[in-house]
Design a binder for this molecule. Structure first.
Ligand code: GAR
Length: 227
């Protein structure tokens, strides 16, 4: 059953352009899903200022590696997120590794956006590595978060061309424009109960509701700007 309220907690570390795209899209769609809080590991994250302007509660869980190791940081982070009672946790440019213990607190509720067509180019500088590798299609992926970095059942992907003359900035901007469409579309579909995880032994994959395959815009799987 689709609930009349669906609270999304977004974790960021910086600019927050995906956060902005998500908030604006959910508002425009008049969705029951809303970004109910934004959590950052950096007090100077620009995305926090956007959230404040929108009247969205914010919280900073600073990562000070001198006092907290990653396990301890994740434990404090999980406590902070848990207090916000999220239906979904979205990592939108959150540049910390979340641990198994964090994920166990929010089973099947943590998704991430990554600027590559996973499983290619996991980790940092995905756009630069795509360019250097000579691939002709780059893109972005929204996936459920697993223990391994930038891995886990894929929900949605968008591909963009790598064009002659591209540099890291121009390719990065094209991928980011696709991210701004893909993440809101994926989150909306999840909030509407159209995305389920199917487990089979140790592996898992996402099943999308059949209604999404007749979506004329093919919003969760798209090529070259048809998002
Ligand atoms: C986005 O490109 C996102 O895909 C990437 O960080 C950027 C955040 O931008 N995330 C990762 O690389 C995670 N592995 P934003 O703060 O403007 O949304």
């Amino acid at each position: 059953m689709v609930k009349d309220r669906y609270d999304i907690v977004v974790l960021i570390s910086g600019r927050g352009s995906n956060l902005r795209a998500l908030v604006k899209h959910l508002q425009a769609a008049n969705s029951a899903a809303t970004v109910s809080a934004v959590v950052s590991d950096r007090a100077d994250a620009a995305g926090l200022r956007f959230a404040e302007e929108e009247g969205i509660p914010t919280c900073v869980v600073p990562r000070n590696s001198k006092t907290l190791n990653n396990q301890e940081f994740n434990s404090v982070l999980a406590d902070a997120v848990n207090r916000l009672k999220p239906d979904l946790v979205v990592l939108a440019g959150f540049m910390r590794i979340v641990t198994k213990e964090f994920l166990q607190r929010f089973p099947n509720k943590v998704v991430n956006i990554h600027p590559s067509l996973l499983p290619a180019f996991r980790g940092l500088h995905a756009q630069r590595r795509a360019l250097e590798s000579g691939v002709r299609l780059a893109g972005c992926t929204v996936h459920y978060v697993a223990e391994e970095v930038d891995a886990g059942p894929i929900i949605a992907q968008a591909a963009v061309p790598v064009l002659p003359g591209d540099d890291e900035d121009s390719l990065g901007e094209r991928i980011l424009a696709a991210e701004h469409k893909l993440l809101p579309a994926a989150v909306l579909a999840i909030s509407e109960g159209l995305v389920t995880i199917e487990h089979s032994g140790k592996s898992a994959k996402v099943r999308l509701d059949a209604s999404l395959s007749t979506d004329p815009d093919a919003k969760l799987a798209s090529i070259g700007g048809t998002l």
